[in-house]
Design a protein around this ligand. Structure first.
Ligand SMILES: NC(=O)c1ccc[n+]([C@@H]2O[C@H](COP(=O)([O-])OP(=O)(O)OC[C@H]3O[C@@H](n4cnc5c(N)ncnc54)[C@H](O)[C@@H]3O)[C@@H](O)[C@H]2O)c1
Length: 262
């Protein structure tokens, strides 16, 4: 996939899926703006990019996506520096666990602010530039949790379900201006966010057994899908939700005990 000189903004690019997406776009020739609230991880990414065999163009931008003012500054800087934005990947996200009846307002707000409102604000700012240019692609990293809820996920599932709806809304409103909006819903992907689970003995094997492809997904597999959705190969794909879960979400109903298996 060719992204030579395209300006691609990736949020939550300091680690996990976001880092892999930033790396994939840079490897494909893009000018990447890697956004994260964690300066140390951004420094590691930009240093690795500078040391790569073929130097990659990655600029770090420290920004807390829960902070509307910081988002405005970051987006203004992108447009001032590059003159345009071609691709936005809204990836920054957090998971906070807790039973709904005990969920403090602060935790609900934090998850919604980062997972949903941050993505909305980034897209709103950068879409103005994309609309003016008559082209652009936005990819939101949602989750299969948007449709396959399970107990103790707190506000996470709601934030991801709303992300699907928001992406569809953008697809309809901005499509006439040449701006596409799509979602990726990963299933079980091994990253810093999920690493603590895999450290528990037996968890990996248990999880692998549930996935029809019998493996846990990698950040690179999600990055490949982001590259595709942002590319001209997906020029007629708008308002789609691409599930990347090895078939897991179709297999969950099979876990319900039946008379013959109970
Ligand atoms: N790992 C999985 O199994 C999985 C599954 C489905 C969906 N997802 C989604 O993929 C995305 C990335 O997840 P991951 O597993 O790579 O997580 P991760 O924790 O490895 O990385 C998330 C990155 O986002 C950054 N971030 C968090 N809050 C931020 C904020 N307020 N402002 C700026 N940056 C912030 C973190 O610093 C970190 O670098 C998330 O949206 C997550 O919900 C992950």
């Amino acid at each position: 996939m060719e992204f030579k000189d395209k300006v691609c903004v990736v949020t939550g690019a300091g680690s996990g899926i976001g880092r892999e997406i930033a790396w994939a776009f840079a490897t494909a020739g893009a000018q990447v703006v890697a956004v994260d609230r964690d300066l140390a991880t951004l420094d590691r990414l930009t240093q690795d990019a500078a040391r790569a065999e073929r130097p990659l163009h990655v600029r770090g931008a420290v920004c807390d996506v829960a902070d509307a003012q910081q988002i405005t500054c970051t987006c203004d800087e992108v447009v001032a520096h590059f003159g345009r934005c071609d691709v936005l990947v809204n990836n920054a996200g957090i998971l906070r666990r807790g039973a709904l009846q005990d969920l403090p307002d602060a935790q609900w707000d934090q998850v919604l602010d980062i997972n949903l409102s941050g993505g909305f604000r980034f897209a709103r700012h950068l879409a103005r530039n994309m609309i003016a240019n008559g082209r652009g692609a936005i990819v939101h990293i949602a989750s299969i949790a948007a449709t396959q809820t399970h107990g103790g996920c707190g506000a996470y599932s709601a934030s991801k379900a709303a992300t699907l709806a928001l992406s569809a809304q953008m697809a309809v409103e901005w499509g006439p201006h040449g701006v596409r909006s799509n979602c990726i819903s990963p299933g079980l992907i091994e990253t810093a966010l999920s690493a603590p689970f895999y450290a528990i003995p037996g968890v990996r094997e248990q999880r692998e057994r549930l996935v029809p492809l019998r493996q846990i997904g990698t950040p690179r597999q999600v990055a490949d899908a982001a590259l595709f959705l942002a590319s001209d190969a997906a020029a007629y794909i708008n308002g789609h939700n691409l599930v990347i879960d090895g078939g897991l979400s179709h297999a969950l109903i099979a876990q319900v005990p039946r008379p013959e298996t109970a």
